[in-house]
Design a binder for this molecule. Sequence first.
Ligand code: HEM
Length: 406
Amino acid sequence: MPHPYFLMSLLYLSLVALGALASILTGLEIIPLFGSLKWLRVHLVTLGALSEIIFGLTPTLVATARRLPRPKMRWDIWLTLNAGLILLLIGIPTITRSLIISGGTLVGIAVILLIKQLIDMRSPQPRQEPSHGDGRRFYITGLSYLILGGLVGTGLWLGWSEALHIASPIEVHVHTNLWGFAAVILAGLLVDLYPSFANRPLAWPRAIPWIYWSMTFGALGLIMGPWLNISLFTVIGLVLHTLGSILLLVIVIKPLLGDRAAWTPGVWHLITSYVWFFLPVVVAPLIVARATDFPVQEISGSGGPILIFGWIVQFGYALVPYLFTRFFEPDQPARLGGTWLSLASVHVGAVLFWVSLFFPNVEQISRALAYGFWILSGLPILIGLWKGFRAGVQRVEEGQAVSPEE
Ligand code: HEM
């Protein structure tokens, strides 16, 4: 039963919208900047919304792919995760060591319990349809990276990066979570869900293990590079991870070629979100090559929101409404979310944020506009999600009101 997780993800997504509004107001100096805003903006999306959805969804997806009975709601995992998140949301902005340690530990325990649940879900018999995706190994690997990323993240304020001999702790944290956790898990979701939302199988199912291994080892290189301060590992990791991600997009795009009706705003959202995921790959060598001309610090230090809003949030615009319809309104046709307006505005927002990194004289206004466009793109989707959720709850309430009479 993923619903309690979906409700929490809605709560965090609503806070993301508020956070974006706060970014506009602080950027334009209408309200003073509060120190934790930057941390909250990133982690309300990644730890809040993304992890809740992954926790809710993955046991159900694995059970479906392996023809196992629908898994029972694990309230122990739900409670551990959400208690941990709340402690981190209080502890990190206020830099309270005891809360950061307890919060990080609880989130870590919740992830370990989920991994165990997924590992225990073995098929009673070998699967018959090789073309049907099985994202299980992507989820288990992505969640394992989350444990490592959470460990390094929890240690950022506690100083255990030195004990672990991590040369660049923030980079290790960001790489582990974005390339290890988020990218690998989103790849698993595409593998599992594509046949049902696109009404066709992925091209070349045999490419899926290649994608899995190149992304997994790629992420490892991207972590070991800044951990040991050996750039060669980072470069090899980046190349492997990018090749895996490109192959993933190829097997997603190929079956859609020539079918114009299939190119809905939702499909465009899913596919073009990867533009903002690949951008650091294109730009990193450029930065190295032209280090004296480019504002290197700016791009490496403040580029996070582009990845978060341009890639992860945009991916969610397509997939989350589809999932909500499937779970809350099962009698309605489930489609990927998004409209042409959300598609245009999310990209305009990312371009404007990108501009702000290169042109300090327009930084304030272009960042404020970027957040404005991101709010414009996301608000109708968020309202739609709340409506879907309400309809689902109403259905349950009416069902409960009727059933005792029957
Ligand atoms: C237990 C989980 C986590 C903890 C304790 C944690 C903690 C932290 C801390 C302390 C920072 C440094 C903030 C600063 O320098 O102001 C940070 C930065 C960051 N974290 Fe996490 N984090 C966690 C999970 C995640 C996840 C799951 C993701 C992504 C999927 C993520 C992505 C990032 C990014 C992109 C930054 C850089 C932010 C920026 O420079 O704007 N973190 N995290």
